[in-house]
Ligand binder design. Structure first.
Ligand code: TXA
Ligand code: MG
Length: 313
């Protein structure tokens, strides 16, 4: 962790664990360091980064729009998997916000992430530590597979407890909008704010600038084509080379698959590892049992529907 802080001070990138997914970190106030994140990931410059802070006090220095709503949400959910989008301060370099007037801030709860931010004593920009459009890594080994040949240091922090990226909520507008669903649910945010929160319906095509440019339709995607199906239709594939992911039914003898946990949060923790496993099987198709369309499954369904979007759309 001391070495990580040292390298961050020197303008290098370092992969670090967080409770959601591993991130590729750099000094958020150093343009050249942040540029190294974009280069390593092959990330389009139009897609802004999340600035990771220790607490609300540090966040206020970089988010000029910090208001009573931000204060309430930070008190309720920080440190933890909630990212707040607010009007930015002068000190945040344009490269971090992709030229926009807002900045995304989050205080991660993973003790290793917190120790590194504390030792570095400043904000760190960190997207998920995968190549652009790939699957976010939830273990240090997965970071090695994604970026091992492009970065100098990965800090081992064990498997991520949440397993999906943070909830992103836009507070720069009158009615807050969930731009990316996550572990912290919309109804929980509404309960804290005592006011309605909208769900972003907008998906955008890659390459276009957007309110949340990371929300490209195809994202979080394995290389194997994915089909989301009700349980009854899972086993009807003509392909002998399909793999399966279920969560309410067992994998029948003779089929290659994994059964994931039935509870949404346990499922979320294991999903990305399962998608990586599926990619390693060299199958023609990944047939996946679709979870129900309910609030508790919103984050998982969001990632699955993106994974199931063909690359040409
Ligand atoms: O859980 C997480 O959020 C992880 C860990 C490492 O903290 N990070 C992560 O970063 O998922 P990334 O870059 O993969 O996703 C950040 C998302 C993208 O969809 C991006 O477009 C959006 O947040 N975002 C960042 N800044 C924004 C802004 N100013 N306005 C709207 N959306 C923003
Ligand atoms: Mg990402």
């Amino acid at each position: 962790m001391a070495e990580a802080a040292e390298r961050l001070r020197a303008g290098e990138t370092v992969a670090i664990p967080t409770e959601t997914v591993y991130g590729l970190a750099a000094d958020a106030l150093n343009q050249e360091a942040v540029a190294r994140i974009f280069a390593a990931k092959g990330r389009p410059a139009t897609n802004p980064l999340i600035v990771h802070v220790l607490d609300a006090q540090m966040a206020r220095r970089f988010a000029q729009g910090w208001d009573a709503r931000a204060e309430a949400l930070a008190s309720a959910f920080w440190p933890g998997p909630l990212t707040l989008v607010l009007e930015k301060s002068e000190s945040v370099p344009d490269i971090v916000t992709a030229g926009g007037q807002t900045v995304a801030v989050r205080a991660p709860s993973h003790p290793v992430a917190r120790a590194i931010i504390a030792a570095f004593d400043g904000p760190i920009a960190a997207p998920s530590a995968n190549r652009s459009t790939g699957i976010s890594p939830t273990t240090a080994e997965a970071v090695m597979d994604e970026l091992g040949d492009r970065i100098e240091l990965i800090v081992e922090g064990g498997p991520c407890a949440v397993g999906l990226e943070s909830t992103v909520v836009d507070l720069s507008v009158a009615v807050p909008v969930v731009l990316r669903p996550g572990h912290v649910r919309r109804d929980q945010i509404e309960a804290v704010l005592g006011a309605p929160v909208a769900m972003s319906a907008a998906d955008v095509e890659p390459g276009r600038t957007h309110k949340s440019p990371g929300l490209m339709r195809r994202h979080y995607a394995p290389k194997t084509p994915v089909r989301l199906l009700p349980p009854a239709e899972l086993w009807t594939s003509a392909s002998k080379h399909a793999v399966y992911l279920t969560h309410t039914v067992d994998i029948p003898p003779g089929r290659v698959g994994l059964r994931l946990p039935e509870a949404p949060r346990d499922y979320a923790r294991e999903l990305y590892g399962a998608l990586r496993w599926a990619d390693q099987q060299g199958a023609e198709e990944l047939r996946l049992e679709a979870p129900p369309d309910t609030e508790v499954w919103a984050a998982v369904r969001d990632r699955l529907s993106r994974a199931a979007t063909p690359p040409d759309r």
